[in-house]
Design a protein around this ligand. Structure first.
Ligand code: PGA
Length: 250
């Protein structure tokens, strides 16, 4: 199974030109990565422009409606993102939950819709207001059960899960990354919940300086990267580290 490194650009950069430069800078280097796949999730408005260039880099949306079309102001249909060579969609990110009131049941609908439309969902677990470090297993188990309630067991392998504790996201107040050990423990736990062949990443302040701490654990299948993904050199070092580890382990 290839490693997966996902860029979550959030609402950045504001200029399409700059976005294109960052995108191309990664795209150009990806022929060097044999065991690692890169996904860039830009603001949705950039997807049509990037769909012309993406060969080695896959595209992802940062959010999705569970509806296909109709009177849903401000929403983006899975059919629309699919039309622009978009293969992935981040669902249930903690910023969606904290700032936009997304609930487990909304994430469950979105997950069902993503799979129905053959998008690969990247489902974040660990984001909830005031989540306590000591209680992360409980929170992850609760969210896992709630968001996958409409999904058949046989389809769980089609989902990429991310352990992304809200307190580790770089832009959250007083944030600090999880230790590699903690991340690995929770990633292993999600693998147990999701069963064989599951794909589980870690997210939360991953950057070129700390990536080794996470990439060295074979169960951590990659990373979801926010701030560092806007700097192509930083993002490339993260990809390289996962690549190095997976080649090293054969
Ligand atoms: P960060 O963000 O890498 O800036 O902590 C990760 C995310 O929110 O997806």
């Amino acid at each position: 199974m290839k490693k997966l490194v996902v860029a979550n650009w959030k609402m950045n950069p504001v200029s399409l030109d700059l976005g294109r430069k960052i995108f191309m800078s990664i795209e150009h280097r990806m022929h060097l990565a044999k065991n690692t796949e890169a996904v860039i999730c830009p603001p949705s408005l950039f997807l049509p422009a990037f769909s012309h260039y993406s060969a080695k880099v896959k595209l992802g949306a940062q959010n999705l409606s569970w509806e296909e079309q109709g009177a849903f102001t401000g929403e983006i249909s899975p059919l629309m993102v699919k039309a622009f060579k978009t293969d992935y969609a981040i669902l249930g990110h903690s910023e969606r939950r904290l700032f936009f009131g997304e609930t487990d049941s909304m994430v469950a609908f979105k997950l069902y819709a993503a799979l129905k439309h053959k998008l690969i969902p990247i489902v974040c677990l660990g984001g909830e207001k005031n989540a306590k470090k000591d209680d992360m297993k409980k929170l992850v188990a609760k969210q896992f059960k709630a968001v996958t309630r409409q999904i058949e067991k046989k389809d769980l392998h089609r989902i990429v899960f991310v352990y992304e504790p809200v307190w580790a996201i770089s832009t959250m107040k007083n944030s600090e990354p999880a230790t590699g050990e903690h991340a690995n423990e929770l990633v292993e736990y999600i693998h147990e919940l999701a069963g064989v062949n599951s794909h589980v990443l870690y997210g939360g302040t991953v950057n070129k300086n700390n990536v080794q701490q996470f990439a060295k654990y074979p169960m951590i299948d990659g990373a979801l990267v926010g701030a560092a993904s806007l700097d192509p050199d930083n993002f490339w070092q993260i990809i390289k580290e996962f690549e190095r580890e997976s080649i090293h382990r054969g």
